[in-house]
Design a protein around this ligand. Structure first.
Ligand code: GDP
Length: 425
């Protein structure tokens, strides 16, 4: 049986915490797309951790953590993250890397940076982790699979054909030094040896596990609105963060997916560029940013201040819909306890009309939010675990959001810690 945890919005919805919670009752946790470009913040009995590439099951000894073929595997970052965990006292987790996963190459990271520099103000707010060049190369078929690291002839051929193109661009578009194949090859072979004990055919492993009745958790990165097809293109990421892509990026049968948990914050936050209809500015934004998350709304990977805004039911309903959400999980609800009134965006106004369906990007850029103001609860609910212990107005807020989203909400996060959860019947 498969459960997926995915983001309903722009990323940073609090998926890491929820995965850590649901991992307890899973046998396998799989990352199926993206790379080290986003981060999950997890706070548990061991302390506080920012995970970038490692699946969130690494804190549980009984879990096998899988890096699926759809992931952008930055080997050095993965190994550094693993060393970091072990040095903080976490018992060494079980990790399997797909032999078909592709390898983030040092020049992908360079190209990402050069391109953002070249674009200047019209850039896409890239985290400069190499993600777009990596996936570009994958689909141009000049990427490199993990299994290819172990065959010298294949590796040399692959690198030679890719680097020939890259050097033309480096020389003529970016005016940067050319890539030398020999040292790159040696570096990659060394990295390949370091991960070799973890490399397996994860697709066969997962299919077998499912046949044996194991519970698999697919862990999405970013969120619906960053999907290259269904999101706010071109302000998207380069791999699909949708639960449906989990079948491809992890290598599991679509028919085995039972639950699609869409995580969403009780307000909105967004890192990077692109339209963000309910965005707040000035004092109002500063107040929410300061109070948000476990230590303010600042990116787990980049440290960048996140853009913040009120809850956007139009974007989130769409986000849950394209995920095929079976339920929504509301996080960071405790953050809103300071507000006498809590605005919720229920429609957009564009060209003199109100719309409730999330539009494509050019229209979205012209949309203005239409708010309903709900009464606040003016109480600190951090750590509350009982539905009945939530203030009436807080429960009404959840019920209102649930109705707007058209998916049930059974789990509500009332703080960053593992135990800060309300389970509602
Ligand atoms: P992810 O990428 O979706 O895992 O999200 P991030 O970890 O980047 O961002 C979520 C932030 O919210 C982190 O700082 C979490 O520690 C924090 N967080 C998660 N759930 C809650 C919650 O219910 N309340 C509060 N105050 N913080 C939370």
């Amino acid at each position: 049986m498969i459960r997926t945890i995915v983001g309903a919005n722009w990323g940073d919805e609090g998926k890491g915490k929820i995965t850590d919670v649901l991992a307890e009752t899973s046998d396998i946790v799989v990352r199926f797309q993206g790379g080290a470009n986003a981060g999950h913040t997890i706070i548990n009995d061991y302390g506080k951790f920012a995970l970038h590439l490692l699946p969130s099951g690494v804190f549980h000894q009984h879990i096998a953590n899988v890096i699926g073929p759809g992931v952008a595997l930055d080997i050095e970052k993965l190994l550094a993250e693993l060393d970091g965990l072990v040095s903080q006292g976490i018992p060494k987790p079980t990790i399997y890397i797909s032999d078909r996963a592709q390898v983030m190459l040092p020049y992908h990271v360079d190209f990402d940076r050069y391109e953002e520099e070249r674009l200047g103000k019209s850039g896409f707010g890239s985290t400069k982790s190499g993600i777009a060049p990596f996936y570009g190369d994958k689909y141009l078929k000049i990427g490199l699979q993990v299994c290819q690291l172990y065959d010298e002839e294949i590796l040399l051929n692959r690198l030679t054909s890719a680097v020939t193109q890259k050097n033309v661009l480096l020389e003529n578009l970016y005016y940067k030094p050319a890539i030398q194949i020999k040292p790159l090859m040696k570096h990659l072979q060394e990295l390949g040896q370091r991960i070799r004990p973890m490399v397996i055919d994860t697709t066969v492993f997962l299919h077998k596990a499912l046949k044996e009745g194991k519970t698999v958790l697919l862990e999405g990165q970013l969120g619906s609105l960053r999907d290259p097809d269904h999101g706010i293109y071109p302000y998207t990421t380069s791999s699909s963060p949708l639960a449906g892509f989990g079948t491809v990026g992890a290598g599991v049968p679509a028919s085995a997916i039972r639950d699609v948990f869409c995580v969403t914050k009780a307000y909105s936050s967004c890192v990077g560029a692109g339209p963000f209809t309910t965005e707040l500015f000035g004092q109002e934004a500063e107040e929410l940013r300061k109070r948000g998350g476990d230590a303010g709304e600042y990116g787990a990977t980049t440290g960048r201040p996140r853009r913040v805004g009120w809850f956007d039911a139009v974007a989130t309903r769409y986000g849950c819909m394209v995920q095929g959400g079976t339920e929504a999980i509301l996080t960071n609800l405790d953050v809103l306890g300071y507000l006498p009134e809590v605005p919720v965006c229920v429609a957009y106004e564009v060209d003199g009309k109100q719309i409730r369906d999330f539009p494509s990007t050019p229209t979205l850029l012209r949309c203005k939010p239409v708010y309903v103001n709900l009464p606040g609860w003016m109480t600190d609910i951090r750590g509350v675990t009982d539905w009945d212990a939530l203030p009436v107005n807080c429960r009404k807020y959840i019920e209102f959001v649930e109705k707007e989203l058209d998916v049930p909400i059974h789990m509500i996060s009332t703080g960053p810690k593992r135990a800060d959860m309300v389970y509602r019947a």
